[in-house]
Design a protein around this ligand. Structure first.
Ligand code: PMP
Ligand code: GLN
Length: 386
């Protein structure tokens, strides 16, 4: 039978590939982005509390009201913005799903979507599965800032949306308020939607601030802002996220969502809502910044090189150009097999598999894990010594 090809991505995702390789070779897994430390015990207890209290049936389609209210309060507190929990928040099974549902709610065959690369690997397959075309614009290395002239040139009459991501996976770059203003200038007289992937909003370092698209009055009306609890409460396996958008866009989003999964795991929603409503929530940025600094401190002793420390997210992009001239995927596989440390090759974030001899480390790990990884990497010699 002929199976239709819905998108252009080949094989399994790089995250699956590298995590499997790490497991196979018993390597320290600094590839796929997930913490290796426990979640708050209270959060685990609340899941049991939920099931014991009978929260075991379908949740309402947009999400449990108590969770949507907790999200709205959280945005009022952290960003001083008003979000209507009934008409503007939809709880989803993770942000990957929310991105797909947002695309599906607006795209038609023949539309174009601008994607800034390097980019998270689900964007382009999501766009193509909807019959639309990804128009790629490269971020400017080594700072991975946006060249707004290039974005301007990529806009055509068919451009339906632009997807942006700050703090950025894989580079750790963070948008300034001026970036949002520039984007607003470009889309002002158009019907272009914005998908704003802000899953790392609470992982931001060195006193920098996250500006959400929701703070930008002009852009907010045309934007889907997408979030993931996994990055905040260290429970990536729960796969719970949410979309915040205007009432009109939320209606469009829910038209898709209600027939895609209808509703999201009830006990987990209950636990998250109770956890968020009880007392002080942990500040994740400072804890993650310490991990970044510890990682960078140990990295200095190696022949790896960084162009700039990650300003946000839990990833550090690193050049291995003085260690090896292998292509990055080959290098990442070799490092996993021969040195016992798994990373992600940055070419995986480019549709043309551009290879700049860069790999991504995830530093959302216990200090002892990071230390063990560098004990293994200490055996690496610079290329000149080989
Ligand atoms: N966007 C980016 C940039 C990510 O790194 C991730 C992490 N998986 C997601 C979206 C998806 O988050 P989730 O695990 O909630 O689907
Ligand atoms: N967001 C995670 C990362 O970039 C991976 C998620 C996934 O495995 N799809 O590593």
């Amino acid at each position: 039978m002929m199976l239709p090809r819905k998108h252009s991505a080949e094989g399994t995702t790089i995250f699956t590939t590298m995590s499997a390789l790490a497991q196979q070779h018993n390597a320290i897994n600094l590839s796929q982005g997930f913490p290796d430390f426990s979640i708050d015990e209270r959060l685990s207890e609340l899941v049991f509390e939920a099931t014991n209290n009978g929260f075991n049936q379908y949740a309402p389609m947009p999400g449990l009201p108590i969770l949507r209210e907790a999200i709205a309060k959280d945005f009022a507190k952290r960003y001083n913005i008003e979000v209507n929990p009934d008409t503007e928040v939809t709880v989803t099974p993770g942000a990957t799903y929310a991105i797909y549902a947002a695309f599906t709610s607006i795209l038609q065959a023949g539309d174009e979507v601008i994607v800034l690369e390097p980019a998270y690997d689900s964007y382009i397959p999501n766009i193509e599965t909807n019959g639309a075309k990804a128009v790629v614009v490269s971020l400017t290395a080594p700072s991975f800032t946006v060249d707004w002239n290039k974005v301007n040139h990529a806009i055509t009459a068919r451009t339906k949306a632009i997807i942006v991501n700050t703090p950025h996976n894989p580079t750790g770059a963070v948008w300034t308020k001026e970036d949002w203003d520039k984007l607003a200038d470009l889309v002002r007289d158009t019907e272009i939607f914005i998908l704003s992937d802000e899953v790392y909003e609470q992982l931001i370092f060195d006193g920098k601030q996250h500006y959400t698209v929701l703070q930008h009055e002009e852009l907010r009306k045309r934007s889907f802002a997408l979030y993931s609890f996994g990055k905040v409460f260290h429970n990536t396996g729960w796969k719970i996220g949410y979309c915040i958008s205007s009432p009109e866009l939320t209606q469009a989003f829910r038209r898709i969502h209600q027939f895609l999964c209808f509703s999201v795991n009830t006990p987990a929603q209950y636990a998250l809502a109770s956890y968020m409503s009880q007392g002080q929530l942990p500040v994740v940025s400072s804890m993650m910044q310490q991990k970044r600094d510890f990682f960078l401190h140990l990295l200095k002793e190696t022949d790896f090189f960084i162009h700039q420390p990650a300003c946000g997210s839990y990833f550090q992009t690193v050049s291995y150009a003085s260690v090896s001239d292998k292509p990055d995927f080959e290098f990442a596989q070799w490092l996993t097999k021969e040195y016992g440390v798994a990373t992600i090759p940055i070419s995986a974030f480019y549709s043309n598999k551009k290879d700049d001899k860069l790999i991504r480390f995830c530093f959302a790990k216990k200090e002892e894990t990071i230390k063990q990884a560098f004990e293994k990497l200490a055996r690496l010699k610079p290329m000149a010594a080989l």
